[in-house]
Design a protein around this ligand. Structure first.
Ligand code: FAD
Length: 475
């Protein structure tokens, strides 16, 4: 009888343990993808664009193995039962997801399928280590990154990645829907027009990105990774978010490229540590499932946020009057991605300068990031807001002018994404309002061509610290 292979956030053929096991049995295989907006809410708009292209790439890759991807829409439980009925399948293989909504759904699903006599086989394709295996000396999960990562590096190395199966046993596939019917890409206006030149969704694109990075930028990664004006990071994040490449593949490729000893190569070691932050975020989420909604530090539930609707709107549109923040927000809108340093600056501005609750920023990132990831996004927002595990102390408030001067010293990044400021010399780019006459001589009128700051950072900083002080008095 046929087996169903249910693809989820593992849109790849290599190092896909569910696929490897299903293919090894030799039974006819039904590769299935279900668009299920009921579990964990619908995907954000940017990720729907990516999903379209990634599914097309996966289908093409499966066709090369003599199969194809079956597309169905609806609650996963209904679809799986229907497909099993239509095909007589008696086993479903999937790779595990580790976020609370998916865990709840999959647990219920497994029980329902088992009572119908359908076997479920599940695997880990998403993490280096199962979240329950990395614990501190008292047997509890880590709350701080550095000892967590040390424990990971001391654990037995993750298994070597599995090869893609050379071919799949022929199966008579049930009817599926057409990808275009799902209308995952925007129609008019096509706000995703800027994505295609930057990205190649799919497993081949992921492999090419990793290869290019390990052949080039990894050497200077440690020194240059904080510079948004340099292409110094891997940009693997959307590929990892969709599982077009897995962390085990990255781990072993880095070891291979650095002669099996990444610790001796600072760029490689730092890069692996960032993969470690992704891992840490997932382990945190597994042990603290409230992380996407509620602060991990409970006292922050009483934080006196402001209801700054205008500020939030200006932030989203990249019109705050702080060039580095605006460049980041526009990079996000145009390319579906934002440099990590600028994510920190922009997020800090929203949460601390505007006192907008971090959950609003998290939601906007979920809608607009191609790499939106329930664990990394929530953990990072809580880190910036100062209410997360191992967070930056709340009183450390990013100064958007000094951050811009330090990390975009020539202003190339700002000029690219805020072109109306391009005529300004670098010295004036990061605080154009303070040199309004010079700006005017360059043809840029602050307040007309580019906004004046929507808030004074000095005032905002004092206000944020006062807000924090109320919390301390309360607790
Ligand atoms: P590289 O520097 O090349 O790092 C390699 C990989 O390590 C990344 O692809 C990513 O998978 C992982 N990684 C790197 N930094 C982090 C980090 N701080 N936390 C967790 N994983 C990390 N990352 C997401 O993947 N999805 C998100 O939704 C997300 N939201 C964020 C929100 C905020 C407010 C901030 C400050 C950071 C967020 N990050 C998120 C983390 C980080 O910004 C991105 O992973 C990184 O910029 C991706 O670019 P890259 O692939 O070139 O990274």
């Amino acid at each position: 009888r046929p087996h169903i292979l249910w693809f989820r956030r593992d849109l790849r053929l290599a190092d896909n343990p569910a696929l490897a096991q299903a293919a090894a049995g030799g039974q006819p295989l039904i590769p299935l993808y279900i668009l299920d907006d009921s579990a964990g809410g619908p995907l954000g708009g940017a990720q729907r664009w990516w999903l379209h292209h990634s599914l097309a790439a996966l289908d093409a890759a499966l066709r090369r193995l003599g199969s194809a991807l079956v597309l169905r829409r609806g609650p996963a439980a209904d679809v799986l039962e229907r497909v099993a009925e239509e095909t007589g399948a008696d086993t479903v293989h999937w790779n595990r997801l580790y976020d609370p909504a998916a865990i709840a759904r999959d647990t219920a699903l497994k029980a329902a399928l088992t009572t119908r006599g359908i076997t479920v086989a599940s695997f880990n394709a998403a993490l280096l280590f199962e979240p329950w295996t990395i614990r501190n000396q008292s047997g509890r999960p880590f709350k701080v990154f550095t000892p967590f990562w040390k424990a990971c590096l001391a654990a037995p190395a993750p298994d070597a990645p599995l090869p893609a199966p050379p071919r799949l046993a022929p199966a008579s596939l049930p009817a599926g829907e057409r990808l275009d019917e799902w209308a995952l890409r925007p129609r008019a206006p096509d706000w995703a027009a800027g994505f295609a030149p930057c990205w190649q969704p799919g497993e081949a694109g992921a492999g090419a990105r990793l290869g290019d990075f390990l052949d080039g930028a990894v050497g200077r990664y440690k020194a240059a990774r904080d510079r948004p004006d340099l292409a110094a990071t891997s940009r693997l994040s959307p590929h990892l978010a969709f599982g077009e490449i897995g962390p085990r593949q990255v781990w072993h490729a880095v070891h291979h490229a650095s002669g099996r000893e990444p610790a001796a190569a600072p760029g490689a070691a730092q890069f692996l540590a960032e993969i470690g932050w992704r891992e840490f975020s997932y382990h945190l989420l597994f042990h603290q499932p409230q992380m996407p909604e509620r602060p991990l530090r409970a006292e922050f539930a009483a934080f006196p946020w402001a209801a700054d609707g205008d500020g939030l709107a200006a932030w989203r549109r990249g019109l705050t009057g702080y060039p580095i923040v605006d460049a980041g927000m526009r990079e996000l809108w145009q390319t579906g991605w934002m440099h990590n340093r600028v994510r920190m600056i922009a997020a800090s501005f929203l949460v601390k300068d505007l006192l907008v609750p971090w959950q609003r920023g998290e939601a906007w990132f979920r809608e607009t990031l191609l790499d939106a990831d329930v664990a990394s996004n929530a953990a990072s927002w809580q880190w910036v807001a100062g209410c997360g595990a191992d967070a930056a102390p709340y009183f450390r408030i990013f100064n958007p002018v000094l951050q811009g001067e330090k990390f975009d010293p020539e202003g190339h990044y700002i000029r690219r994404f805020v072109p109306e400021l391009a005529p300004l010399p670098a010295a004036a780019l990061h605080r154009p309002w303070a040199q309004a006459d010079l700006a005017r001589r360059c043809g840029v009128t602050i307040g007309r061509d580019y906004p004046a700051p929507i808030i004074d950072h000095g005032f905002a900083r004092r206000r944020a610290l006062a807000a924090l002080a109320t919390l301390k008095q309360d607790s």
